[in-house]
Write a protein that binds this ligand. Structure first.
Ligand code: GDP
Ligand code: MG
Length: 694
């Protein structure tokens, strides 16, 4: 059974690498009773990072969903990745969560990556609370970080607590003042923070407490006339009303409550858990999910929505697939209705029913999962059974079909050849790559049957590097890799004709076949558009089919340079034959010749992927960034001022962007951030093409 929906929190912990996401998650799971021993990232024993890839790299790449309990609430933690190459994964997790906890390091403050993720969370209207962690570190500064949240993120941070001391110097970090209840909290380290000592506020802090509590009251009083009246009447606001109003303002995105602590030292985590329950939305407080009916009836609009109610028809979104030796575990966000084990659900993309055999709540580790009979609207669950689902698929009640707006993933634009070190591993490599591509929709793999070479495609350099590591460790495959390359395409320069001929003389009789085609540049729905212009009766229906297939096969095999063709139309102009005993074989040969000749005559145009780039930089590094973009063939589309930040939007060829993440950091002392996604294919400069032809 799922809990009552009001007491459900689907949250994501969002943080720059190293801010303390894993440590904080560990502490949350410990206090929330899900884990028996507390993990420690530095020893590689943490629970959420159960992907060994993460344990080694110490960064969170693949998101997992974990359930835990706090007071009357069930909290589902959805892990979010922090690296720029994994934007699609971040967006996907933002789609399925209801609220976010954004962690900052009190020492490093607001870092570039946090700006990217913060903007993505704005895009999905995700209410957030902030946790300023590492208050124990030398150089920690709560108030500076608070200002950075305001200035760098353009946010409205609302201090709910202030720290008692900071760092480890003369007035070390000792505890937290709760501004709502006006009380000092001290966390006993001998009991791993489970005992909290509530004491009076130290006298020397009273002025500071009044100042920040005053700001808090003013902010909430601004929410509406009732709040203002309450404030005027009491010259204060009762604690319960403050909490109610903070919740209201947070859900409306008016401000973001800010908390602090030190996860490593067990300080401040329980109040953060209270805040998740008090201030972040339940699934009921999120808008109904929208989708389209895949089989709409006449005169009925196809658009549909589902309320977050257990009695509505079931629908859910597959947002993550983990595979292991026991099979696939599909993570589903149930948006409406009730999903029962041992049932079936429709996958509208395939028009096919999938088996829902078991439902699991994942308690931190797959060894600690709990089987469920049913899961209700709003909850997140791991499902075993579906065979053909991929990430982004909807599953729904077959009587009430709905396809939720699918998460769109950019086409992979970078490729790399991989080969197993021993040829005995060839099949194992194929299987492993297939598994990986099901888990990660931004990754694909293909074997070139002729050369036997395996190519993998992804979104960026780090992405492919991570895949290689996973092959080696998770799948125990030693692989050799080549340099990553941009995925080029090609098209043709002009409209031309091409013909192919077949002729063979056996026993005095000559068999002939002849075919003529026209190729031309054409932007159609498909990469290659085929048109039959043969006069009726020229050849049999069956032969037409054979010819069409042979032409498509040939064209799909690639152009003159061997890259996939796009923007090409091929018309069959003429076909004739004499005395053939094997028409199929004969026409296959003529088709290959005709297409090749046409393409050669038409001339080749090399197309390269062009990315849409957005760089956010503080004013003082703007010149550096702009100048560097100029040297990368970037076309700057615009710049926009946001606070003291400049946002540059540009189009830039992917081939110029290798190593950009390092470069952008060094040009801006680590302050600028960027995001990049594939936009279109465009003709590459002549030099690039020439270098390929020679
Ligand atoms: P993540 O990359 O955001 O998941 O960060 P981790 O939780 O892996 O933490 C990164 C490093 O910071 C680890 O060495 C942690 O032990 C350390 N760390 C995390 N939280 C704190 C904290 O509150 N205080 C201090 N001093 N170190 C911390
Ligand atoms: Mg981590």
């Amino acid at each position: 059974m799922s809990p009552v929906i009001e007491c459900l929190r689907n949250i994501g912990i969002i943080a720059h690498i190293d801010a303390g996401k894993t440590t904080t998650t560990e502490r949350i799971l410990f206090y929330a009773g899900a884990s028996h021993r507390m993990g420690n990232v530095d020893e590689g024993t943490t629970i959420t990072d159960f992907d060994p890839e993460e344990q080694q790299r110490g960064i969170t790449i693949y998101s997992a969903a974990i359930s835990c309990h706090w007071k009357n609430f069930q909290i589902n933690l959805i892990d979010t990745p922090g690296h720029v190459d994994f934007t699609a994964e971040v967006e996907r997790s933002l789609r399925v969560l209801d609220g976010g906890v954004v962690i900052f390091s009190a020492r490093e403050g607001v870092e570039a990556q946090s700006e990217t993720v913060w903007r993505q969370a704005n895009k999905y209207n995700v209410p957030r609370i902030c946790f300023i962690n590492k208050m124990d570190r030398i150089g920690a500064d709560f108030f500076r970080t608070l200002l950075q949240i305001r200035d760098r993120l353009g946010a409205t941070p609302l201090a709910m607590q202030i720290p008692i001391g900071s760092g480890s110097g003369s007035q070390p970090f000792a505890g937290i003042i709760d501004l709502v209840d006006r009380v000092a909290l001290y966390f006993e380290s001998t009991s791993q923070g489970t005992t909290i000592d509530r004491r009076e506020i130290p006298a020397e802090m009273l002025d500071q407490v009044d100042e920040y509590r005053g700001q808090l009251l003013e902010q909430v009083a601004l929410l509406d006339d009732d709040a203002l009246a309450l404030y005027m009447e009491h010259d204060d606001i009762p604690a319960d009303d403050i909490r109610r109003l903070v919740r209201q303002g947070t859900l409306q995105g008016k401000f973001q409550p800010v908390f602090c602590g030190s996860s490593l030292d067990y300080v401040g985590v329980q109040p953060l858990l209270d805040a998740v329950c008090d201030y972040l939305p339940s699934p009921l407080e999120r808008p109904p999910v929208e989708g389209i009916n895949p089989t709409p009836r006449k005169n009925v609009p196809a658009a549909e929505s589902r309320p977050p109610s257990s009695s509505a028809p079931f629908c859910g979104l597959v947002f993550k697939i983990l595979s292991d030796s026991h099979g696939d575990l599909c993570f589903i966000r149930v948006y409406s209705g009730t999903l029962k084990s041992r049932s079936r659900a429709l996958n509208p993309r395939l028009g096919k029913k999938e088996l829902i055999s078991q439902l699991w709540h994942i308690q931190a580790d797959r060894r600690e999962k709990i089987e469920m009979d049913q899961v209700e609207a709003g909850d997140i669950v791991g499902v075993i059974g579906p065979k053909d689902v991929v990430t982004g698929d909807t599953l729904c009640d077959a009587q009430h079909p709905i396809a939720l707006e699918s998460i769109t993933f950019p086409e992979p634009v970078i490729s790399m050849a991989v080969e197993p070190e021993s040829s005995a591993d060839r099949k194992k490599l194929g299987d492993a790559l297939q598994t990986l591509s099901r888990q990660d929709p931004t990754f694909t793999a293909k074997i070139n049957e002729e050369t036997g070479q395996t190519l993998i495609w992804g979104m960026g350099e780090l992405h492919l590097d991570v895949i290689r590591h996973r092959l080696e460790r998770d799948f125990k495959l030693n692989v050799r890799v080549h340099k990553p390359r941009v995925s080029y395409r090609e098209t043709i320069r002009s409209a031309q004709e091409g013909s192919g001929e077949f002729s063979r003389t056996t026993a005095g009789a000559t068999q002939t076949a002849r075919l003529k085609v026209r190729v031309e540049p054409f932007v159609g729905e498909e990469a290659i558009t085929l048109v039959n212009r043969l006069k009726p009766g020229t050849v049999t229906e069956q032969l037409v089919k054979i010819i069409e297939q042979a032409i498509l096969d040939e064209a799909r095999g690639g152009g003159i340079l061997g890259y996939p063709l796009m923007h090409v139309k091929i018309s069959i102009l003429d076909a004739e034959y004499n005395d053939l005993d094997n028409a199929e074989a004969a026409f296959q040969t003529t088709c290959v010749h005709a297409v090749r000749e046409g393409l050669t005559n038409a001339g080749v145009v090399l197309l390269e992927p062009v990315m849409k780039l957005e760089v956010t930089t503080p004013d003082n590094f703007f010149g550096n960034i702009q100048q560097d973009l100029g040297s990368r063939r970037a076309m700057i589309l615009g710049t926009e001022q946001r606070g003291d930040l400049q946002v540059i939007t540009a189009e830039v060829p992917l081939s110029q962007m290798f190593g950009y993440s390092t470069q952008v950091r060094s040009l801006s002392q680590g302050r600028a951030s960027y995001s990049m996604e594939p936009l279109k294919y465009e003709a590459a400069p002549a030099e690039v093409l020439e270098s390929m032809l020679t």
